[in-house]
Design a protein around this ligand. Sequence first.
Ligand code: ADP
Ligand code: S3P
Ligand code: MG
Length: 198
Amino acid sequence: MTPHPGPPAALLKPVVIIGPMAAGKSFLGMWMADLFGYTFIDADQVIVSRHGSIQEIFVEHGEERFRELERDTICDLLGEHRPPPHDVHANASGTDSGALVLSVGGGAPMHPDIAQALADTVVVYLKTDLETVLPRITGTFTRPMLRPDPRRRWTELYEQRRPTFERLADITLDVPGRPIQDIAIELNNRLLHWEENA
Ligand SMILES: Nc1ncnc2c1ncn2[C@@H]1O[C@H](COP(=O)(O)OP(=O)(O)O)[C@@H](O)[C@H]1O
Ligand SMILES: O=C(O)C1=C[C@@H](OP(=O)(O)O)[C@@H](O)[C@H](O)C1
Ligand SMILES: [Mg+2]
């Protein structure tokens, strides 16, 4: 028995989750799949499966190469899931381009090609704060952009990127202090409402 309504049947646009590192973008995508049956793809996982670990890409080829791979991967994924023009019923089954949730890395929306590709999606911005993410970013070394001082780097990068997140956002979710299930339920409800108003 499903305790909640499923994804909006006619949601044609992919849903893309953006926001700063460790906000819970990938975690929320997984929960949207588990709770409501959305198809979930994490762009960083696709990059890793195609090119090796993010850490290795940064060390061996540098940030610039990572940003190219990120751009190519996200634009490919969004291209594959674009609804066909003028065929509003094509994805009513909730498969293919319907009800896709894509989480992307914190820096992805800064690339102009990615920002442009997001114009055709429902962009969900996870707004958070240092206090909430601090336990998640200290003592872990999986995010090269946070070196050498995670607290300082996270804050700097969020300040730089915040205006872009705000500009691109269709839906903003305030996440500090909230269980992931609550955030997922709010997002699904807002997407149902979004579709009604589309
Ligand atoms: N709302 C939440 N409540 C509790 N823990 C969370 C929440 N959101 C994220 N987390 C924790 O933070 C970790 C990092 O989240 P993640 O989704 O990888 O962040 P992002 O993809 O935004 O960098 C998750 O693995 C999870 O343990
Ligand atoms: O903000 C960034 O520049 C990055 C964020 C990471 O993803 P998460 O935001 O999912 O941690 C990952 O793409 C890479 O380490 C770079
Ligand atoms: Mg992530």
